[in-house]
Design a binder for this molecule. Structure first.
Ligand code: PGA
Length: 255
């Protein structure tokens, strides 16, 4: 059975003080044990958040990472730097980074390899644009992104990867994919992982859905057999909403 993983992607929101206030609100509630909960915060909020999250069971994630360990890469942050401050996860290849910061399947692959080698859990984002969906190219686009990201990665390493299927048209629009549409693509992603590795690795990989996930639509998404959690932007910024998302993931923890 795959443990569901609910990851908040705070994007460019929250100062260290605001992150601490969020974490303080989590201390009043006991989060369910059967769900992996993660917050991916801006780099500068991570040290404060690490301390503030102690005792909550919520893991710490970054939103990006560079593939080299160190060097002349102005403005970048490496895997060992993140590990040194207690970060366990890193989002890689979010569509906003692909669209605005020139991330490609090649850089996503390099970052994925570096994260795995350095002991970070990568949350690799894939997903089609509205135009690609309307052209009937969703599976082709997603297959290519998954294949390039995982190319040459061992089955053992691939099993540690979290994949987030995030249709670009669903992000921040309030227009989530239907549970059926998300399930269809995510089952296809699992088949793609099987073809790159083997059936047991594909059965172990966690695949999230992301794009306008809210407390009131998460349950139907997670009820789908292949959807193992969610990557959540807007609805992860408010502690009460984040808690509801994590609690909803437990309610379906019977697969
Ligand atoms: P959203 O963002 O939940 O605000 O749509 C999801 C994401 O970009 O990861």
């Amino acid at each position: 059975m795959r443990t569901p993983v609910i990851a908040g992607n705070w994007k460019m929101y929250k100062t260290p003080e605001e992150a601490e206030a969020f974490a303080a609100a989590l201390h009043d509630t006991r989060l369910p044990d059967g769900v992996e909960a993660v917050i991916c915060a801006p780099f500068v909020a991570l040290p404060a958040l690490r301390k503030a999250l102690e005792g909550t069971g919520v893991g710490l994630g970054a939103q990006n990472v560079h593939w080299e360990r160190e060097g002349a890469f102005t403005g970048e942050i490496s895997v060992p730097m993140l590990r040194a401050i207690g970060v366990k996860y890193a989002i890689i290849g979010h569509s906003e980074r692909r669209a605005y910061f020139a991330e490609t399947d090649e850089t996503v692959h390099r970052k994925l390899k570096a994260a795995l080698a350095g002991g970070l859990v990568p949350i690799v984002c894939v997903g089609e644009t509205l135009e690609e969906r309307e052209q009937g190219r969703t599976k082709e686009v997603v297959r290519q992104q998954v294949e390039k990201a995982l190319q040459g990665i061992s089955a053992e390493d691939a099993a540690r990867v979290i994949i987030a299927y995030e249709p670009v048209w669903a992000i921040g629009t309030g227009r989530a994919a239907t549970a059926q549409d998300a399930e269809e693509v995510i089952a296809f992603i699992r088949d793609t992982v099987a073809s790159l590795t083997d059936a047991s690795t594909a059965a172990a990989v966690r695949i999230q859905y992301g794009g306008s996930v809210k407390p009131d639509n998460i349950r139907e998404l997670l009820d789908m057999p292949n959807i193992d959690g969610a990557l959540v932007g807007g609805a992860s910024l408010d502690p009460a909403s984040f808690i509801k998302l994590v609690q909803a993931a437990e309610a379906g923890d019977d697969r």
